[in-house]
Unconditional design. Structure first.
Lengths: 314, 284
């Protein structure tokens, strides 16, 4: 996607969005109305685009969207089912519309319905399905033609916790074990943490950040929670000598350490996170030198939610 | 390995032929309504005029032209007689198309189905083509097919009366007329269907278009106003069809005027369909 600015009417919904994705699981995060669904529609070529703005599977979506869509699966958030049809008939029908021969489509419909756990309900009319079953059916129709990329728009919307976990497991399996590319659009951060290796954060149509999900250990500035008693001023002075910033949070000291200084420039790259043990050892040494008795030291866990809200609210 | 043990597997194409998207849409749209008994009954009932005409033709040939005179030319086996027959099928055409066609796009819009269709490798032409083929099929069921059956029947009982006309020219004219009319009517009905999200509202508008304009035309005729006669929606098709069948005008306006009206309606329907059928609903 190259510097895409898109507007349905007057005001742009997407502004200068620019990224390239390789196969894998990518989370599309953003508050409601940030342009996530529109971004997916652009990737599907469902909206008018200018030439060379969006390329999917090497094809220009302004001109070759139909061709590209045979390699894409789309699971819409709302609707997306044709009332009156049974689960298997619907999936086979959409398989045929994707260019599959009639017999292949029917056989494949049975297979994907087994995979998503709807084998026993496949002959029931989809109008009678529960919300969880409908979500599974939508996933099945997106998979029937064996796409290279799956675009999932709020796939866990309206599901109970068990249903949510189960559909996320299916998606994770597809992305991690079956080699499918997945773009998961959601505002549920836990879903992204479960499935994705990378996230794109959108706010007001702008691509705010692109991060790897497990980036907590890669940030050179890390916070350690310290609890103890003893000569506080000496302990703080010792930490300051390490270059640490110390703040107080209720009964805890929050020690912000620059891990780059502590362990050297090689660590913390894309593959190797900064070792938490190095920070803990440094704090233990200062405590030992200053006679400060420690009750607890640990690296403060950084959740995706913290990062997300920090980015969106910035 | 049983399918439930395999998990997700990639598709291995069998190499069989796949059908174009419009045909897949049309086949489903044609077969699905036929499961309804009362729709099937309506289709069968719409053949009653053809049976009546066939019976009268039989007796006319056997018992002179008394019955033909009583039927006002409707039973004659020349081209004009068959155009009159097609015109007489207005009500079954109206009713059947309302039932089959009203929800074709409206339901997809209501259920967010357009987004689903256009996430597949198909374009607007395939989608509209498939939907139009459904309407054309049911239109043929009550117009073209009975006409062809009557032509054959008439030829079989009186080969000397119609000759090559009954075997070739009239069926050909009927085929061309029904194809063009079916195409135009289907586009207009689909355009109406694309304007709403509920079939019932589309049916109401369709009724106003077909029955309402015919009522206006009849009132205008009673008042001696000929210009308003061009408002008759289905009447214009048959009036324009008089050019093809070499028959007398069906309305008090020129057949060419009716043809212009038909072309205008078809073009307007195409414009509406291009504007309304989108995978994304934009609300201003």
């Amino acid at each position: 996607m190259a510097n895409l600015t898109f507007a349905y009417l007057k005001d742009p919904v997407l502004r200068n969005v620019d990224f390239t994705l390789k196969q894998g699981a990518v989370g599309l995060l953003g508050p409601n109305g940030s342009g996530k669904t529109t971004l997916l529609r652009c990737l599907l070529g469902q909206v008018p685009l200018k030439q060379r703005q969006v390329e999917v599977l090497g094809l220009d979506m302004a001109q070759q969207a139909r061709l590209a869509r045979s390699g894409l699966g789309w699971m819409p958030e709302s609707g997306g089912l044709i009332p009156g049809m049974s689960g298997v008939a619907l999936v086979a029908y959409l398989g045929q519309l994707s260019g599959m021969p009639q017999r292949d489509a029917m056989q494949r419909a049975h297979e994907v319905l087994h995979f998503v756990g709807l084998a026993d309900e496949r002959y029931r009319k989809c109008d009678d399905y529960s919300q969880g079953m409908k979500q599974r059916l939508k996933l099945a129709q997106a998979l029937v033609h064996d796409p290279a990329w799956l675009f999932l728009d709020e796939p866990t919307s309206g599901l109970d916790p068990r249903g949510r976990v189960s559909i996320l497991e299916l998606i994770r399996d597809l992305a991690w074990n079956k080699g499918l590319g997945v773009i998961l659009s959601t505002h549920l951060l836990a879903d992204v943490e479960t499935v994705c290796k990378e996230i794109l954060v959108l706010r007001n149509g702008e691509l705010l950040a692109r991060e790897t999900v497990s980036s907590a250990g890669h940030d050179p500035l890390q916070v350690f929670e310290v609890e103890g008693f003893g000569p506080e001023s000496e302990f703080r002075a010792g930490l300051a000598a390490l270059g640490a910033e110390v703040t107080e949070d209720k009964r805890l000291w929050l020690v912000r350490l620059d891990m780059q200084k502590l362990v050297g420039a090689d660590a913390g790259d894309a593959e190797v996170p900064f070792p938490a043990a190095a920070g803990v050892s440094a704090i233990l040494k200062v405590a030992s030198d200053t006679g400060y008795s420690l009750r607890r030291v640990r690296r403060r866990p950084v959740s995706l939610a913290d990062e997300f809200y920090k980015m969106v609210e910035a | 390995m049983p399918v439930y043990d395999r998990g997700y597997t990639h598709w291995e194409p069998s190499g069989e032929r796949s059908y174009p998207a419009w045909w897949v849409i049309a086949r489903r749209g044609i077969t699905e309504p036929l499961r309804s008994r009362w729709l099937l009954t309506l289709v069968i009932a719409s053949w009653i005029p053809a049976l009546v005409k066939g019976t009268i033709i039989y007796f006319t040939i056997r018992a002179g032209d008394l019955l033909d005179v009583l039927a006002g030319g409707w039973t004659s086996i020349d081209a004009a007689g068959f155009l009159a027959f097609l015109e007489g099928q207005r009500f079954p055409v109206f009713a059947l198309l309302a039932i089959v066609g009203a929800g074709l796009i409206a339901s997809d819009r209501r259920d967010n189905g357009l987004s689903l269709y256009f996430s597949r490798p198909l374009g607007l032409r395939s989608y509209v083509g498939g939907k139009a083929a459904i309407i054309i099929f049911y239109y043929f069921m009550v117009t073209l097919f009975p006409t062809l059956a009557l032509c054959l029947f008439s030829y079989l009982i009186a080969p000397e009366a119609g000759g090559v006309d009954l075997l070739l020219l009239i069926p050909l004219r009927a085929l061309v007329f029904c194809t063009l009319m079916g195409l135009s009517v289907s586009l207009v009905l689909l355009a109406f269907s694309s304007l709403g999200k509920r079939s019932i509202f589309v049916m109401v508008w369709w009724t106003i278009l077909v029955m309402g304009t015919e009522t206006v035309q009849l009132i205008a005729k009673g008042l001696g106003n000929s210009s308003l006669q061009a408002l008759n929606f289905l009447g214009n098709y048959h009036n324009a069809g008089a050019l093809l069948f070499g028959a007398a005008q069906r309305l008090d306006v020129s057949s060419w005027v009716s043809l212009a009206v038909v072309l205008f309606l078809t073009a307007a329907a195409v414009v509406v369909l291009r504007r309304r059928i989108r995978p994304v609903e934009v609300v201003s």
